[in-house]
Design a protein around this ligand. Structure first.
Ligand code: GFB
Length: 323
């Protein structure tokens, strides 16, 4: 289907991708290369996004017209649960600094990226955008969730008070090339990929999976997420946030089984129920996004195959080169 005329055409615009080295930011940079826009990135050694003067100086000098806020302190369930101060403080500072500096420098359009963990632990499933702030949060990631809810509210407040065209998108659990494959700090897909690959290589008979395996999650391949983010940037302008997902869900047990097939591991999965499951179920309603003419194109199996290829050919190869 041909793309509808955008509300905010980005052709010819200067677009700053804040967080260009991360999983999402790097995918947004890859995606924007197909648009006729100028991509701006701020080298990390040049700017600490938690420092407001550094952020406002950067925006004043670089003069972006549009900003994608993909910078964040992120991690899996264990990282969130054990480093609450960093997840709350760093994310609050990063988003508040960027949004205020964008206003001061008259940025025309800004998209803030949150997470599906903003919703109550026991939200109705699939989760509609309207479920925000209707119940208590999941304790393992409430700090991160509170920071991300504050980001949505900042965009809404700046729209209401200053008329800024700042919007928010809430991606579901993302995975893909460029992820953090650390077994303690990473999310389930990259962490299990590392563990299962190592078990295959060493001939181990078992792999440990955290939790009961019964928790349900929705996963979106990061290049699909980047495509959705650019679509929302171009086609949406309103106060309420937009869910960005597939609408499909899978148990952690079935995910782990699928990963053993993709990786070629023949041993057994062992579930460690002393580790938390986190939110029991988290699948988002994606009707708002579908009505804008967008849906994800990569199946979970294909996405896992592509991620595993990247993990072996880039991540492990790079680690060997460093060692
Ligand atoms: O991806 P994950 O860490 O984050 O965990 P959340 C998802 C599920 O996978 C949980 C299970 O039920 C974990 O117990 N799991 C099984 C594992 N084995 C593993 C493993 O080896 N590593 C990890 N990490 N999990 C995060 C939030 O929640 O989701 C963040 O903490 C953010 O704030 C992110 O919102 C999208 O889905 O539980």
């Amino acid at each position: 289907m041909p793309e509808a005329k955008p509300l905010y055409p980005i052709a010819g615009k200067r677009v700053w991708v804040a967080g260009h080295r991360g999983l999402v930011g790097s995918a947004v940079v890859r995606r924007l290369q197909y648009e006729d826009c100028e991509i701006l990135i701020a080298p990390r050694q040049q700017i600490d996004l938690r420092q407001s003067d550094q952020v406002s100086n950067w925006i004043r000098d670089a003069r972006p017209q549009a900003v994608v806020v993909a910078a964040a302190r992120v991690g899996g369930i264990h990282a969130n649960d054990t480093r609450p101060a960093e997840f709350l403080y760093d994310n609050l500072m990063i988003e508040a600094n960027i949004i205020e500096a964008a206003r001061q420098s008259r940025v025309e359009k800004l998209i803030f990226l949150g997470s599906s963990c903003i919703y109550p632990r026991l939200a109705p499933q699939p989760i509609p955008e309207s479920a925000l702030l209707t119940g208590p949060l999941e304790p393992t990631n409430e700090w991160y969730a509170i920071a991300k809810i504050a980001g949505i509210k900042l965009c809404q407040a700046y729209r209401k008070q200053y008329g800024c065209d700042y919007i928010s998108a809430m991606p579901t659990n993302l995975y893909g090339p460029g992820d953090n494959f650390d077994v303690m700090q990473g999310h389930v897909i990259p962490a299990l990929m590392s563990k299962i690959h190592r078990a295959k290589e060493s001939g181990a008979e078992t792999v440990e999976v955290w939790g009961s395996g019964r928790a349900l999650r929705e996963f979106l391949y990061v290049d699909d997420a980047a495509d959705g983010i650019v679509h929302i940037l171009k086609h949406y302008s309103d106060a309420e946030h937009v869910n960005l997902g597939t609408g499909d869900e899978i148990t952690i047990r079935d995910l782990a089984k699928l990963m053993t097939e993709v990786i070629g591991f023949k041993g057994k999965l062992v579930f460690d129920t002393s580790k938390p499951d986190g939110t029991p179920r988290k699948v988002m309603e994606v009707e708002r996004l579908r009505s804008m003419g967008w849906q994800a194109g990569t199946s979970l199996r294909t996405g896992l195959e592509q991620t595993y290829r990247w993990y072996v050919n880039h991540h492990l190869a790079e680690q060997r080169a460093i060692a």
